[in-house]
Design a protein around this ligand. Sequence first.
Ligand code: NOJ
Length: 554
Amino acid sequence: MRKAWWKEAVVYQIYPKSFQDTNGDGIGDLQGIIRHLDYIHDLGATVIWLNPIYASPQVDNGYDISDYQSIHPAFGTLDDFRQLLDEAHRRGIRVILDMVLNHTSDEHRWFQESKKSKDNPYRDFYIWRPAKNGKEPNNWGNYFYEGRGSAWEWDETTQEYYLHNYSKKMPDLNWDCPAMRQEIYSMLRWWCDLGIDGFRLDAINRLQKPKGLPDSTRPCAPPVNPYGYIVDREMCANQPGIHDLLKELNREVFSRYDIMTVGETGNLTSVKALPYIHEDSHEINMLFHFEIAKNAHLVSVPEYKDIQKRWADVIRQGGWSTQYLTNHDSPRQISRFGNDGEFRVESGKMLAMLSHTQPGTIYVYQGEEIGMINVNFPSIEYYDERYTVGKYHSMVEQGVDPKEALEQLKMMSRDNVRTPMQWSSEQFAGFSDSKPWLSVNPTYTEINVQAAIADPASILYTYKQLIALRKEHPVMVYGDYCPVMEQYENVVAYTRAYEGEKWFMIFNFQAAPQEIEFPEELKGLTERALLMCNYPDHKARTLRPYEARIYKIS
Ligand code: NOJ
């Protein structure tokens, strides 16, 4: 297997809006990130990924970009960014940017031009179609459940519809337009020339739309849209032609720099992954799949094991993988996959030990390292993000009781992870001096960085230890992965082996204890072989709730 810095990386994901406010406007900023670089360095992370920081009307918190080459004023200036880049690099931390190439904001200059007339030079930068039988060109529904639900918006001036798979404020770019592609490549090169270290590529497998933009014929998930629009995310995913686009992006930009690329690829399983990430494909380095993250909770432990096994095979065949259990779009991982009550600390440590010992680049989302949990806002007014709010109104309009609608949406709301970072037990969790743009999770009085640092048994130290181990032991990065003890339904166990070093990991992925019998080759395991355990003491053959152990067996 070829070695690469991005395979060895531990990426710390920062949601700038919620990380640290330094100018008292209740919104996080770049100076706030600079303030905490030592904290990130101390944690051991080697890369930071910033969610979008570009100029944007913030309809979707920056995924609606109105100018790719300037910074959203609430976050700071380009000089602040340069300073951040320098300060990060001085500490040996690389910086990757979120890059949104599937759509822009409708306030982007290109779209403003595009909608002026049918013969405007920017017209083809977006996807315009005439009405079909007096209606939208097809039955696609927008992913945010906005308005009546269509993915098309009528434009009076030119009497055509434009496509927006997300919000109507986020028109989809037309990747069939060569002039648009050239603009994008030169913009990406501009960022690389500035010295950034890579991109997280938003919705990257959706750039190529299906030829002819046909109607979706897949059954719509309930509640069915009364207007007949179907939210079908398969429709624009992995379409023929997508690999040519990515190869061109790679040729024109990525291959010219020593950068890492990680694609966000919904609707993609391990089966179709290799062409994107094979080391000889020359497309992207790795991707975020949603096989673990697609449902509200873990489907089942056996399925989790099966997914990890399949992705380990992808690596064996020349691809690469990512390990993440949460991000800015998912619930908090302890609330989702662990237990955010009695076993918050144990399950938080277990999930960390599990992710960090699986093959792939490691992603840690801000606050994960101190065991932050989901928020439980009392009413829809507290929620901000488009999906929750859009879906709530669509459900209520279709007759669902408002309380019931909120209950159903709470668990998966993206606001669970977007509440301000909990730095201390001071007012507003030390995030800001004034009222934050999104309410702080009331758990901040107990769960915060200051408290975590003061407690040697906190989840934070488990992360630090894991990241330090990764730097010392290449087996954690390059080790071959082999599942063992598969007869125990709720136990995950595997070995990793690399150049004569072999590790064995075992996790009790449930709130109940579990008796186990070690296989012959592991029977002689001694205390000395134990590198880490999330309980202060342990009994060899009984795993306690969420118990996790890492052994170095040779
Ligand atoms: C995926 C991003 O992670 C999400 O936050 C965003 O809403 C959509 N793509 C649209 O850009």
